[in-house]
Ligand binder design. Structure first.
Ligand code: AMP
Length: 204
């Protein structure tokens, strides 16, 4: 049965998901990648992601395609063989560097979600967060906290806030939820903090 859309004037046309190039050790990660893929399509959104066919990346892409959703993959030439660029996507953009990949992902997407992953996922999540902190974009950023995967990270970030290295309004840039549908709903209703622009993207 098709799920009800949360908002008739949904402004998130495409959502970028950062996630592991590995599947993780427990089946729950695959299940949540599939659930998130399904929820994205039921909200009428398209997926933007790293373009690989391995790990949670491949799983979420396949879940969106299975539901007849649109998927754009963005992958550097050098990684296309290592991460086995997905050959069944709506659109695969080959770029020349990791930086170009992230810049294109930002340009194509109206919101971001990080799912469980490793260093690559952390790098992408924190870069998109710091770009928001610098006022380079004002798009919502979610964390899908599958079975508490990010609890320690969130705890640490709260400690960093207490220690005075993160401002409160920047801490609020992270929207976390255990539930894919609730997370999408929060991103849809997110009101941008309108942070002052420190620098331009060309200077970043
Ligand atoms: P991982 O979470 O390490 O499995 O990586 C997930 C995705 O992040 C993969 O598509 C990697 O290519 C990408 N990635 C890995 N290292 C970096 C990096 N330093 N900067 C940006 N993306 C990366």
């Amino acid at each position: 049965m098709p799920q009800k859309k949360f908002s008739p004037d949904n402004t998130i046309k495409r959502i970028c998901v950062f996630c592991g190039s590995s599947p993780g050790t427990r089946p729950v990660y695959t299940e949540f990648a599939q659930q998130l893929g399904k929820a994205i399509v039921s909200q009428g959104m398209g997926l933007v992601y790293g373009g690989g066919s391995i790990g949670l990346m491949g799983i979420i892409a396949d879940a969106v395609l299975k539901e007849k959703g649109k998927v754009i993959g963005v992958i550097p030439h050098a990684l296309s063989s290592k991460e086995f660029a997905h050959t069944g996507l709506t659109d695969l953009r080959l770029v020349s560097s990791m930086h170009e990949r992230k810049a294109m992902m930002v340009e194509l997407s109206d919101a971001f979600i990080a799912m469980p992953g490793g260093f690559g996922t952390f790098d992408e999540f924190f870069e998109i967060l710091t770009w928001a902190q610098l006022g380079l974009h004002a798009k919502p950023i979610g964390l899908l906290n599958v079975e508490g995967y990010f609890d320690l990270l969130l705890e640490f970030i709260n400690q960093v806030l207490e220690e005075g290295f993160i401002q409160k309004n920047h801490r609020h840039l992270i929207i976390a939820s255990h539930d894919p549908e609730k997370l999408l709903r929060s991103l849809i209703s997110y009101k941008s903090a309108k942070l002052p622009k420190f620098i331009n993207l060309q200077e970043a």
